[in-house]
Every structure is written in C-alpha cells, then in structure tokens.
Design a protein around this ligand. Structure first.
Ligand SMILES: NC(=O)c1ccc[n+]([C@@H]2O[C@H](COP(=O)([O-])OP(=O)(O)OC[C@H]3O[C@@H](n4cnc5c(N)ncnc54)[C@H](OP(=O)(O)O)[C@@H]3O)[C@@H](O)[C@H]2O)c1
Length: 297
C-alpha cells in the first residue's frame, strides 16, 4: 500500500471510525477528517482538508444520515449528501486521485421483490434517499474516477445504530416490538471498511482501471428482517448474560415514521465480487463478532 494516506471524511462516524481502526491494524495510513474541522456546511473546510496532506485516494464516509430528521431538514441533507460530495469530486479531479463515495440502499423503493442489482431503477422514498441519490449522480458527473459503494443497515460496536438501541432497550424492557416486514442486508462497519480498504489496495497496486468506476453494491452476505436481526442479536447477547426480552414482530404500518423506508432493499453484491474480488462476510457471524466486541468492551 502507498505511503500516501487515504483521506477519510466522516469524523467519528461508524464507517470512518472502522476505517481508522482497520487502517491502523493493517499498517495502512488513514487520515480521518470530521466536524468541526471538516464540515460540508462550510465549503472552505473541504478544500482545506485537501491542502494538508498529499492523499492517494479519498473515501467519503461523511453524510447526513438521520433518515427521519432529513424530512424536515432538506437543505442540510442536500448540502451534506450532494453538494459537499460534488466539491470533493472536483478536488479529486484537480488532485488526479480517485474517490470512493459511500451511498445507500434507500435509493430504491423496495418493491422489486428480489435483491437489487446496480442497474435496477432507483426511486427513493424520502429526502435522505433522494439526497443520497443526487449525491451519487453529482460525484459520478464530477469525477470520472469515482466508485460509488451502496451499502445497507450499518452497525458497529460504537455509534448510533439499531443493534445498540435494541441492547439498551432490552436492559429495561421485558417485551419489544420490532418491524418484521422490512428485508435487508445487515452490514458491520468493520466488514465494509475491510471491503473499502481492499478496493483501495487494488487501485494502489494496479493503478486505476475504468472497470472500477461506477456503482457497486457492498453489503453483508445473506439477509434478514429488522425483527430477525433483533432476535439474533438477543440470542448472541444472552451468551454474555444479557437479559433477553420477548421480541414480537409488528408490521411497518404499526410503526409509523416520518420517512418511508423500502420494504425490501436487499442488495445483490455480485458485481463487487466479479470486478473487485471482494465479498463481505455473512451477516450472522459478523453480528456475533460485534456483540462480542460490545460485551468485551
Ligand atoms: N448507517 C446506516 O445504516 C447506513 C446505511 C446505508 C448507507 N449508509 C451510508 O454509509 C455512510 C457511512 O454511514 P455511517 O453509518 O458511518 O454514518 P454515521 O455514523 O452517521 O456518520 C456520519 C458522519 O458524517 C458526519 N457528518 C454529518 N453531516 C456532516 C456535514 N455536514 N459535514 C461533515 N460531516 C458531516 C457526522 O459528523 P458528526 O459526528 O459531527 O455528526 C458523522 O461523523 C454514509 O454515506 C451513509 O449514508 C449508512
């Protein structure tokens, strides 16, 4: 791997943190920038981050990720998810380096009834998904050497995520209700970071290949529902002596949220395997590893 660092945006976010941790253990120089020093709401801070180091590649893991809040905060969501990434793309072009930009399964409406491939029609259901889709188009239009990595259902031992929320609720409640009619591919931040670093290493070793450009799906292998994930989570947590609440399935209709979510946003990651030789681990063993990490502190 090059001695020039990978510049990662996203501060202490789940993916940025995992890239930093994995980079450190793999001997890959990773420089993470985040708020307040790097802020898409203050465009001058974006170019400032570029001036500090001669990076080999940029990974954009910063995003406005509050799916429900985005419904009422459209301007901020578009600043962080479209305008800021476009500026990153322009800076990458000027520096002659590639951009790996992370996007979401929420660009789909979830009605396909089978795992989505990259060429399937997009139809976001809310502002967050729409702003992320606009960001994909902006970076692809701006920077020819862009890899858009669409992922889904990210969680990690730290950060704000479904797994940690469930564990917290499970400590105080005997019974939880969890949506059982939304399907997706749970993805640990660590597994996604591993995939992204493998892609970066490949670019570094072989140089840019036009086959690397465009959209790729990268999510944990296999799939489940939010209810399935919660049930599996408490099974794993029970090995550490955690309380196991009853987890009752409910329908999306019984859990109204400001932003509509896709009912089935499973991602087909075959293109990632074919072009990059990268496959993320099965979601269930990854869940076990994450729960172990949470309880082993
Ligand atoms: N989480 C998921 O389930 C999920 C699913 C599919 C795709 N994704 C995508 O995966 C990527 C990584 O997600 P994640 O889970 O690591 O997200 P995360 O934990 O919410 O981290 C996002 C990071 O972006 C930063 N950020 C937010 N607004 C910003 C702005 N205006 N300027 C600069 N930085 C800003 C946040 O900073 P602060 O810490 O200061 O708030 C945070 O550090 C994102 O592109 C996201 O859209 C996530």
């Amino acid at each position: 791997m090059a001695t020039r660092p990978i510049l990662v945006t996203g501060g202490s976010g789940q993916l940025a943190s995992a890239l930093s941790t994995l980079g450190a253990s793999a001997g890959v120089p990773v420089r993470v920038v985040g708020r307040p020093d790097f802020d898409f709401d203050r465009p001058e801070t974006i170019s400032a981050a570029f001036r500090v180091a001669e990076q080999a590649l940029v990974v954009n893991a910063a995003a406005y990720t509050a799916v429900d809040a985005a419904e009422k905060d459209e301007a901020a969501a578009y600043r962080a998810n479209r305008d800021g990434p476009a500026e990153l793309g322009r800076l990458c072009v000027a520096a002659g380096i590639p951009l790996i930009h992370v996007s979401t399964d929420y660009v789909f409406d979830g009605t396909k009834g089978a795992p989505y491939v990259e060429t399937d029609p997009v139809a976001p259901q809310g502002v967050y998904g729409a702003s992320k889709l606009a960001g994909e188009q902006a970076v692809l239009d701006t920077c020819q050497r862009t890899v858009v990595v669409r992922t889904s259902w990210i969680y990690s031992p730290g950060g704000k995520n479904f797994v940690r929320t469930m564990l917290t609720l499970g400590r105080t409640r005997d019974r939880l209700t969890v949506v059982a009619d939304q399907k997706g591919c749970p993805t640990t931040a660590a597994d996604l970071a591993g995939a992204i670093l493998a892609m970066a290493a490949r670019i570094d070793a072989s140089g840019w290949d036009d086959a690397y450009g465009g959209v790729f799906h990268a999510a944990g292998s296999g799939w489940t529902t939010w209810h399935g994930l919660a049930a599996a989570l408490f099974e794993e947590a029970s090995r550490h002596g955690a309380p196991v609440p009853r987890v009752d399935p409910i329908a999306t209709a019984d859990w109204p949220t400001p932003a509509k979510r896709p009912a089935d946003s499973r991602l087909d990651c075959g293109k990632l395997a074919a072009v990059w030789g990268v496959t993320l681990p099965e979601w269930r063993p990854s869940l076990r590893r994450t729960v172990d990490a949470i309880f082993q502190g």
